[in-house]
Design a protein around this ligand. Structure first.
Ligand SMILES: C[S@@+](CC[C@H](N)C(=O)[O-])C[C@H]1O[C@@H](n2cnc3c(N)ncnc32)[C@H](O)[C@@H]1O
Length: 186
């Protein structure tokens, strides 16, 4: 009886914590105009993989800026086993989800970092950066665009930089999807 009571108490505390985390995330989304954790679709991921294969199949370092549930980062890591892939996410629930999945199922060449990606990228260089987030994030990463040899952004362009290429993807209820390709200026 006591054990059941303790179990119920523990479950209630976990439920409260999850609710509080969700509320904090919703407030953050409203305040900072952050995109919801909407994973990229399979067709978008395939297009990103094809682009990496075409431009930089030997990429040693790859970052997913705003990795959400981690699907994109883990897929890239599986497809390019010689690359080191980092996913950075600042929402605790998606981050924990990605971390747990990666812990149990790999791939080993993928890691997830909890925190603000715009701070994380400041003093680091990557062969490839991918992102699928929103205008706020694109604005925030623009000053560091030369930290990436190639930046592949799904749907959201850098506000003040012309892409080297724009790849048209499919259309759906959210509109026309695109990949904006940016190359580092020498
Ligand atoms: C639309 S999801 C995309 C997830 C994943 N990249 C994919 O393609 O499936 C965008 C994620 O970026 C995260 N994000 C937005 N700004 C961020 C920042 N400054 N630092 C870390 N994560 C951020 C959001 O919390 C959200 O989970």
């Amino acid at each position: 009886m006591e054990i059941i009571f303790l179990l119920m108490a523990a479950l209630s505390i976990i439920a409260y914590v999850i609710c509080i985390v969700i509320i904090i995330d919703v407030i953050k989304m409203q305040l900072f105009k952050i995109a919801p954790t909407l994973p990229s679709r399979k067709v978008m991921r395939k297009a990103i993989l094809a682009e990496i294969r075409k431009i930089r199949p030997d990429a040693k370092t790859v970052i997913d800026i705003g990795s959400g549930l981690g699907g994109m980062a883990m897929l890239i890591a599986r497809e390019f086993p010689k690359s080191n892939v980092a996913g950075v996410e600042f929402k605790i629930l998606p981050f924990c989800f990605s971390w747990i999945i990666r812990f149990f199922r790999g791939p080993k060449n993928c890691r997830f970092i909890f925190g603000d990606a715009t701070r994380f990228i400041k003093d680091k260089k990557f062969d490839i950066a991918v992102c699928y987030s929103g205008p706020w994030l694109m604005h925030a990463i623009e000053p560091y665009r030369n930290n990436f040899n190639i930046l592949l952004s799904l749907d959201f362009p850098l506000p003040n930089t012309k892409p080297a290429q724009t790849i048209m993807l499919h259309k759906d209820s959210l509109g026309q999807h695109r990949i904006y390709v940016y190359e580092r200026k020498a």
